[in-house]
Design a protein around this ligand. Structure first.
Ligand code: SAM
Length: 283
């Protein structure tokens, strides 16, 4: 292929659609048609995509259950100058999908690994949810067992970044119920369901509101989901409390020290306390 450097083949990590079959890049199609082998999570699923774009490249199954056995075999092919494209059933390989072992093994053997980026449900959901995106944490799937799931949620309770989870149809209600109980039902969250598909739905509400809405709309409980939860926000100290602490400290300390200590005690922003102190002194 045109992108071939020196020795050995190239391992391409190729993103494929997460619903709408048109969401595949020109480069992805060229790479899939040009490599020697496509390593696919489920060859029956990927064959549909290949057929649609008249791609006849041979496919090998590569998934969570045969990864340990298959990774060395694929790397042998790469060492013998074959190019391989890794794809999953949907979206970006390695993101809650197999591939980690193959990428590391290939890199250890000096094989060039490159990516053909494209759809990813987590990133697409973030772009539509209307929750803060400047800092976020991808948590993937929560544990299936209720006790472990609740423990994980309790660990994440104080996280201030937007939380992004994948969830299956089987556990969507149980997970939302646990989130509402552990994070607080009033915490803002969003569900992105069936992204890029016919019944795509994006809904933002409190966790309690989302749970009630899903319970009232059984049809919305079907399909694939990304759950996004607003990070914990530091509650602003009540105005009276701020004033009380500030006036006590101002009576005993110079202005600068009183402001500094008030900010530390109440968690309020220094400039806000300073502004309040100046306002008070102007009374
Ligand atoms: N590698 C994929 C990616 O890049 O998003 C994720 C694979 S993971 C095995 C499958 C999970 O991704 C689903 O259970 C769901 O949580 C999420 N997902 C995938 N496609 C989706 C879609 N079209 N709408 C909503 N969630 C989706």
């Amino acid at each position: 292929m045109a992108e071939q450097p020196g020795k050995g083949g190239i391992l391409y990590i190729v993103a494929t659609p997460i619903g709408n079959m048109e969401d595949i890049s020109a480069r992805a199609l060229r790479v899939l048609a040009g490599v020697d082998v496509i390593a696919a999570e489920d060859t029956r699923v990927s064959r549909k995509l290949a057929d649609r774009y008249h791609i006849q490249t041979p496919m090998i199954a590569y998934h969570d259950h045969n990864e340990q056995r298959k990774a060395p075999q694929l790397v042998d092919k790469l060492v013998h100058d074959e190019d391989i494209a890794l794809i999953s059933d949907a979206g970006t390989p390695l993101i809650s999908d197999a591939g980690y072992r193959l990428v590391r093994l290939a890199q250890q053997r000096g094989i060039r690994v490159t990516a053909v980026p494209g759809p990813c449900a987590a990133i697409t959901a973030l772009s539509m949810a209307g929750l803060p995106t400047d800092r976020f944490v991808f948590e993937g799937f929560l544990p299936a067992k209720a006790a472990s799931r609740r423990r994980r949620l309790a660990d994440l309770k104080d996280e201030s970044r937007t939380l992004v989870f994948y969830e299956s149809v089987h556990r969507i209600l149980a997970t939302l119920r646990d989130m509402a109980a552990i994070f607080d039902g009033q915490r803002e969250a969003a569900i992105a369901r069936e992204i890029t598909k016919q019944f795509e739905t994006v809904k933002r509400d409190s966790l309690a509101g989302l749970l009630a809405w899903l319970q009232d709309h059984p049809r919305q409980q079907r399909g694939e989901f990304v759950i996004l939860v607003h990070g914990r926000t530091q509650a602003a100290p009540a105005a009276e409390e701020l004033e009380r602490v500030l006036s006590l400290l101002q009576a005993a300390l110079p202005l600068k020290q009183a402001v500094e200590l008030t900010a530390q005690i109440t968690g309020a922003a220094r400039n806000e306390v300073y502004r309040l102190a100046l306002e008070d002194s102007g009374d």
